[in-house]
Write a protein that binds this ligand. Structure first.
Ligand code: SIN
Length: 509
């Protein structure tokens, strides 16, 4: 068993983890951990880009209002102000690091449009390669810092918490097989989301919700776990993860059509294809439920489609679709969780020395439905803030935690999911009963079935399955308890509730 002492341990190497590591490395030594290889998580999969106020016709106030509107009135205003105002600074810093942003003919950043944004506000890179370019930029900067140590293939089994203070963690080196114990001044969870607990998702195969489960087991407070965003347009192919067709494609003029070739989104919202994501996803769901196929018609973009969206063009070609001529069959898929580990605006959780940032955290910035392309921005902004905030923590006396003694009983087999029937059943259950459209009956059934799964899992421990089950239970129980429709949380038995379309006149766009 190896003992490692550093100032800060950051779990996760997406936009939030890397940003946090960069800032934290200014005041101490950092161990950056991922169960994958770096850079990891959903960041490299992100297509659309980063929402930020740069355009002449844009203002902070407009970005704030759009975020509040998309969030169905549930956002924390202070968090949104921080996101928008700090966001502009972080994007400037990103440009200084050499982020290869797409340019308009005057050399300025090209601003794209996405759903519920009142002006074009999304910067991109290589068309639809924004997340990959962001990850590469941050990763290459992180590699240049001497006091950031990288631990790949390292799976965190337990946080070391006693008396509500976190003093480190205990992990498995999946490559060499040994246990690692980290002692530090603070631990930062930047572990991303949990899309993999649903049968259909755009999330990376490793987004199994480990961070939520670790925090929950340690006794941290979590909130709003029922707010799951379903992206309207995943490519309808039986794959995991599902390939995303970016909202930016609709922003450039692609339209949604049903099996009769009719544009239908105008029936659901005056902004049609560019309505907030929850509304577009439900519009598609309604068409599908009526037996219609739904497709994206990209022909309005003509031959320039391939240049604007090279990755999507290639991915569709690989799957037998020729764009812009062919219709692209699409379905909604689990994409993002708005709730998570409750934090303040500097990422402090309810446990001393434990911080969270990015998708795993709940600052209130997204309310009940996230605005498009605010997630990479969130990672940059709150990762940086947490990286600064951790400097105030001191080493605390670290008592050997009982978990450490259990270290030897785990090996890689306890983590790999492979062809796990339990996980398959869990994902199907979550999709069918805790998905885009929920009801008292379905949720009650899901909660009961999850309880049964908890009983079955006891003993035969696969850690990933256990983490997924913990997160699934939190989501299903919260969804049952929230007896209203609100943003992304749609209850068919409370369908006249508040959703984002009731909050703002529909004529702004
Ligand atoms: C997209 O490109 O449609 C996804 C971007 C996001 O999740 O905000």
């Amino acid at each position: 068993m190896q003992h490692i002492e550093v100032d800060y341990v950051i779990i996760g190497s997406g936009a939030a983890g890397l940003s946090c590591a960069l800032k934290a490395s200014e005041s101490g030594t950092v161990a950056l951990l991922t169960k994958e290889t770096m850079p990891s998580g959903n960041t490299p999969l992100a297509q659309g880009g980063i929402a930020t106020v740069l355009g002449e016709k844009d203002t902070y106030e407009m970005h704030i209002q759009d975020t509040l509107y998309a969030g169905a009135g549930e956002c924390d205003l202070n968090a949104v102000e921080v996101l928008v105002k700090d966001g502009a600074k972080r994007v400037k810093q990103l440009f200084q690091m050499g982020f290869p942003f797409d340019k308009s003919i005057d050399g300025k950043p090209l601003m794209g449009r996405e759903g519920a944004h009142s002006v074009p506000r999304v910067i991109s890179s290589r068309g639809d390669g924004s997340g990959k370019a962001l990850a590469e930029t941050l990763w290459s900067e992180a590699k240049s810092r001497e006091n950031i140590l990288f631990y790949e293939q390292t799976f965190v089994l337990e946080l070391l918490v006693s008396n509500n203070e976190c003093t480190g963690l205990f992990a498995l080196d999946m490559e060499k097989g040994g246990a690692l114990i980290f002692y530090c001044r603070s631990v930062v969870l930047a572990t991303g989301g949990c899309g993999q607990i649903f049968a259909h998702t755009t999330n990376n195969i490793n987004c199994t919700g480990d961070g939520f489960a670790l925090a929950y087991r340690a006794g941290a407070k979590l909130e709003n776990m029922e707010f799951i965003q379903f992206h309207p347009t995943a490519l309808k192919v039986d794959e995991n993860p599902m390939f995303l067709i970016s909202e930016a494609v609709r922003g450039k003029g692609a339209v949604l059509v049903n099996g009769n070739g009719e544009r239908f989104m105008e029936r659901y919202h005056a902004w049609a294809e560019l309505a907030p994501r929850d509304i577009v996803a439900r519009g598609i769901f309604a068409e599908l439920s009526n037996g219609n196929q739904v497709s994206l018609d990209v022909s309005p973009l003509g031959k320039k489609f391939a240049k604007l969206f090279p990755s999507i063009f290639q991915a569709c070609k690989k799957r037998g679709l020729s764009l812009p001529e062919d219709l692209v069959p699409v379905v909604p898929a689990a994409h993002f969780i708005m709730g998570g580990i409750r934090t303040d605006l500097n990422g402090r959780t309810s446990i001393k020395g434990l911080y969270a940032c990015g998708e795993v955290a709940s600052t209130g910035v997204h309310g009940a439905n996230r605005l498009a392309s605010n997630s990479l921005l969130e990672g940059l902004v709150f990762g940086h803030r947490v990286g600064g905030a951790v400097a105030c923590e001191q080493f605390r006396s670290n008592k050997m935690h009982s978990a450490v003694l259990r270290a030897k009983s785990f090996n890689r087999k306890a983590i790999d999911t492979g062809d796990n029937k339990f996980i398959f059943a869990l994902r199907e259950l979550m999709w069918c009963k805790v998905g885009l459209v929920r009801s008292e009956e379905g949720l009650t059934d899901a909660v009961e079935q999850l309880k049964e799964m908890e009983r079955n899992l006891l003993g035969g421990q696969n850690i990933t399955a256990a983490n997924m089950l913990t997160v699934a239970c939190l989501i299903a129980r919260n969804a049952l308890a929230r007896r209203e429709t609100l943003g992304s949380h749609y209850r068919s038995d409370f369908s006249d509730g508040k959703s984002s379309d009731s909050l703002r006149p529909a004529s702004n766009i």
